[in-house]
Write a protein that binds this ligand. Structure first.
Ligand SMILES: C[S@@+](CC[C@H](N)C(=O)[O-])C[C@H]1O[C@@H](n2cnc3c(N)ncnc32)[C@H](O)[C@@H]1O
Length: 204
């Protein structure tokens, strides 16, 4: 089964044999792939009945066992120790969905306001276990969060700022000037970007 680079990268974050609750699963292609290729048990949920209808058609087509549910966020779901997966939504919606007393591992790919998401989850005891930036027509950031095992949080964004192309994109976006492309990683002074991004998120 062939997935887009973005969806395949999300699947690569999921350990084999995991139990997954996929919120906003839409087509459920991630859940189908994880069931088929990584022996996962998935619940594909979406707020839209139309999406779940499409998901069911895909599940039938690939002949796999993926459960589905129409619901808003985590409402009505009996949460145990599953990994909660959310991709393709904005940070505000994601935070609304996660506004419950849960400590589950999270795999999240938000398409905006990532410093804010990091900060809010950090306050709830989450730490970044793994984070990756990928380019699939746009930049996407995928983050694995888990409850803190160590006190110190890695700096916001430092993980994926190692990616040169994404760094250039951020520099352009936040109009931070740099002189020498060749030496960009050394030169960029990424703390300046982090400071700017953090400042932006504290203003919200
Ligand atoms: C852009 S799609 C992303 C689909 C898929 N997760 C992906 O990454 O390709 C966002 C999906 O989230 C669903 N959604 C938005 N808000 C939701 C909520 N509060 N609860 C459940 N699903 C939601 C939408 O109906 C839509 O199907």
């Amino acid at each position: 089964m062939k997935l887009s680079k973005r969806l395949k990268s999300i699947c690569d974050f999921v350990p084999n044999n995991s139990k997954i609750i996929d919120i906003g699963a839409d087509h459920a292609l991630v859940d189908i792939y994880l069931t088929k290729e990584k022996n996962c048990k998935c619940l594909a949920t979406d707020i839209s009945e139309k999406c779940i209808k499409k998901a069911k058609e895909n599940i039938k087509k690939y002949n796999v066992n993926v459960k589905t549910k129409v619901t808003d966020g985590l409402n009505g779901i009996n949460i145990k120790n599953e990994i909660i997966l959310i991709s393709g939504m904005g940070t505000h919606n994601i935070l609304k969905i996660l506004n419950k007393n849960i400590k589950n591992d999270l795999i999240i790919s938000s398409h905006n306001d990532i410093p804010l998401l990091h900060k809010k989850l950090q306050k709830r005891g989450y730490r970044i276990k793994n984070e990756q930036v990928i380019y699939d027509k746009h930049f996407y950031i995928i983050t694995y969060y888990e409850q803190k095992k160590h006190k110190k949080q890695n700096n916001y964004l430092t993980e994926f700022i190692k990616d040169k192309e994404y760094t250039k994109y951020l520099l352009k976006k936040y109009e931070i000037k740099y002189k020498n492309e060749k030496n960009i990683i050394k030169k960029l002074n990424y703390y300046k970007i982090i400071k700017k991004l953090n400042k932006k998120s504290t203003n919200k």
